[in-house]
Design a protein around this ligand. Structure first.
Ligand SMILES: Nc1ncnc2c1ncn2[C@@H]1O[C@H](COP(=O)(O)OP(=O)(O)O)[C@@H](O)[C@H]1O
Ligand SMILES: [Mg+2]
Length: 220
């Protein structure tokens, strides 16, 4: 589902590269935890995989057609991202001026799913994440745990094959974090999607199929 090879990235003005020859393969249906010290480059790696940042060299092949997101132009990248990838950010990134249901439907708009399907699919996911009845609420009236459930629903509504989650429970209290994470794992496992989940929690990492650690010397 995901094959990263020879990936190198150095931020402008940085004294040394974050990584220089990174390799990572994630099979269909596999859930991988990505751990590593703060500042080591986990978010940069996820952003490169999602095509939000461009690596200096290497390839990132995604999906059954193994399209290399690094080689695509911006428009083709956006299409690949919209159809194949679901992204959950630490800071939720729920849009404050859209209702909960409208937030969740954004990927359906990007994928060109017919409008008539938006409400039923959004409603079904709201139920799956324990937010039935929240469709017309505004984000400002939701708790952190509820906002992250909205973000999870939004990352899954277009049935992406690859879920990327960057410290998805980092802004939540421990009990809410456990609940939200269990929910995310269930919702990824059910359609047999693949996932790469950045986490600082040993407990979270243990729930994944495999743990990879990003170090200054690469992935291990
Ligand atoms: N756009 C950027 N420009 C320059 N430096 C960056 C940029 N993004 C991240 N960095 C730096 O790269 C390093 C890795 O950042 P990041 O990928 O966010 O690490 P992590 O997610 O593991 O904490 C940090 O030192 C950070 O300051
Ligand atoms: Mg990070």
């Amino acid at each position: 589902m995901l094959t990263v090879a020879g990936l190198a990235k150095r931020h402008a003005l940085a004294s040394r590269p974050l990584f220089s020859d990174l390799a990572l393969t994630i099979a269909a249906g596999e859930i991988v935890a990505l751990v590593g010290e703060s500042g080591i480059g986990k978010s940069t790696l996820l952003n490169c995989i999602a095509g939000l940042e461009t690596p200096d060299s290497g390839s990132i092949r995604i999906g059954p057609q193994a399209l290399d997101i690094v080689r695509l132009d911006e428009a083709a990248r956006a299409v690949l991202r919209a159809h194949r990838i679901g992204f959950v950010f630490q800071a939720f990134h729920v849009l404050p001026t859209l209702s909960v249901a409208q937030n969740i439907a954004v990927p359906l708009l990007l994928c060109g799913v017919p409008l008539a399907e938006h409400a039923p699919r959004t409603q079904a996911l709201l139920e799956r994440v324990g937010l039935a009845g929240f469709a017309d609420r505004w984000p400002a009236s939701l708790s952190g745990g509820e906002l992250q459930r909205v973000a999870i629903a939004r990352a899954l509504v277009h049935r992406p094959a690859l879920i990327l989650a960057d410290e998805p429970t980092g802004n939540l209290d421990p009990r809410t974090a456990d609940e939200v994470l269990a929910l995310l794992l269930d919702r990824v496992r059910e359609p047999r999607a693949s996932a790469l989940i950045v986490t600082h929690s040993q407990q979270v990492a243990q729930c994944c199929d495999r743990i990879v650690t990003l170090t200054a010397d690469g992935l291990r």
